[in-house]
Design a binder for this molecule. Structure first.
Ligand code: ADP
Length: 365
């Protein structure tokens, strides 16, 4: 694990930070937000995407670092270049997917916004459950053993896959049949979770250790900057066929949870206390488990059941693509700041505030 001291030392050699990320996922929002806060930006981009990332002048990075493949940035010469340019990397889903949490922890010496340790806690389902269920005491879907399938289950695989390849099973025979059609290395990471029936809400939080203006948590506070619901193909439209599960299976129509888009949502106001208190428990448990815990953006992915309980099936411990709906800020950010502030801009503000107060190492590791 790269030590905090090492990153702190690197930061002390920095000029004004340059906000940088891989050109994918939520990069346009991150660049636009950084530019709005007066930062220079650096896009790490493959050749085939350059034109796209030049196509939005307000979000266009000031400079590009061109790579053949995104995992190239692990190479020492690229890391050196990024450090020479005073880059702070903003991690997003594609960044974690291309580099992998372990390599980010152990081999990536460039300062990363937030706490790099958190990426392994979100990506590993055993650790995630230890964090959310055992430590934070959140309501989660039951963890089901493949030997004892006693309810309708969703079968998931490791890593941030955007729901791709997940499927439902109701008994062991169905599980074995479906797993046998998958690549062995993927199939062996299968975990089964009770399928929770209700309405889905994906909360976009920002935990700041630098301000107490939001919902009090840890040594700082939580801001709720937006809520979305994912569009997923084809599960969201299957009801239109009016077929039951058996008939769908007979016709070889398999539900799929692959994310295809996102929709803005507002929550029934009386559910907000539960949404904040769950987020607070997640932050405070993270501080206990991997001090200083989660820093910056995170998302709790939940199902609200008919008895109005939020059940959390996943945490994303970095900016999520659902925030792209609010690249000009959400109605919740308006209530918080008196103006609409995107998640990309909010994290640039955090870097600015930390740099001004000489505590960059509190929000960058
Ligand atoms: P990923 O981490 O790959 O994005 P998720 O765990 O978010 O995958 O699951 C993908 C989708 O599957 C969710 O957005 C949701 O629609 C559905 N889902 C996941 N877990 C459950 C669950 N326990 N009950 C009901 N639906 C679920």
């Amino acid at each position: 694990m790269i030590s905090r001291e090492k990153i702190k030392k690197t930061l002390s050699s920095y000029g004004k930070p340059v906000i940088s990320t891989i050109c994918s996922h939520s990069a346009l929002q991150i660049f636009a937000g950084a530019k709005e806060e007066g930062f220079k930006t650096l896009g790490i981009c493959t050749k085939d995407r350059l034109e796209t990332y030049r196509a939005f002048p307000h979000a266009r990075p000031d400079e590009f670092l061109v790579v053949d493949s995104y995992s190239d940035i692990l190479k020492p010469e690229f890391q050196k270049k990024l450090i020479e340019k005073s880059a702070i990397i903003v991690p997003h889903g594609s960044f974690v997917e291309y580099l992998g949490p372990k390599r980010i922890e152990n081999d990536f010496e460039v300062p990363v916004f937030g706490n790099r340790q958190v990426l392994d806690w979100e990506g590993n389902r055993v650790k995630e459950r230890k964090w959310l269920e055992a430590a934070a005491k959140l309501r989660m879907p039951k963890d089901v053993s493949s030997e004892n399938i006693d309810c309708l289950c969703i079968v998931k695989f490791d890593g941030a896959r955007g729901g791709s390849g997940y499927f439902l099973v109701s008994d062991k025979k169905e599980l074995e049949e479906k797993l046998s059609k998958m690549p062995k290395d993927v199939a062996k990471t299968a975990t089964l979770q009770e399928y929770v029936v209700g309405r889905r809400y994906y909360f976009h939080y920002f935990y700041t250790p630098l301000s107490k203006d939001g919902f009090s948590a840890g040594n700082g506070s939580i801001e709720l900057l937006g809520i979305d619901r994912r569009d997923e193909s084809n599960i969201d439209e299957l009801h239109r066929l009016g077929m039951d599960r058996d008939e769908l299976q007979r016709r070889a129509i398999n539900p799929s949870y692959t994310v295809t888009g996102n929709q803005p949502v507002v929550l029934r106001e009386s559910l907000l206390p539960a949404a904040f208190s769950d987020a607070k428990k997640v932050v405070e448990a993270s501080i206990k488990l991997f001090s200083p815990g989660i820093v910056g953006p995170f998302c709790l992915e939940t199902v609200c059941t008919p008895d109005l309980k939020l059940v959390t099936f996943e945490v994303s411990a970095r900016i999520v693509a659902g925030t792209n709906i609010y690249s000009d800020g959400s109605q919740y950010s308006q209530l918080f700041f008196g103006e609409r502030v995107s998640m990309g801009r909010r994290l640039a503000q955090e870097i600015k505030c930390a740099a001004k107060n000489g505590v960059l190492d509190k929000v960058v590791y």
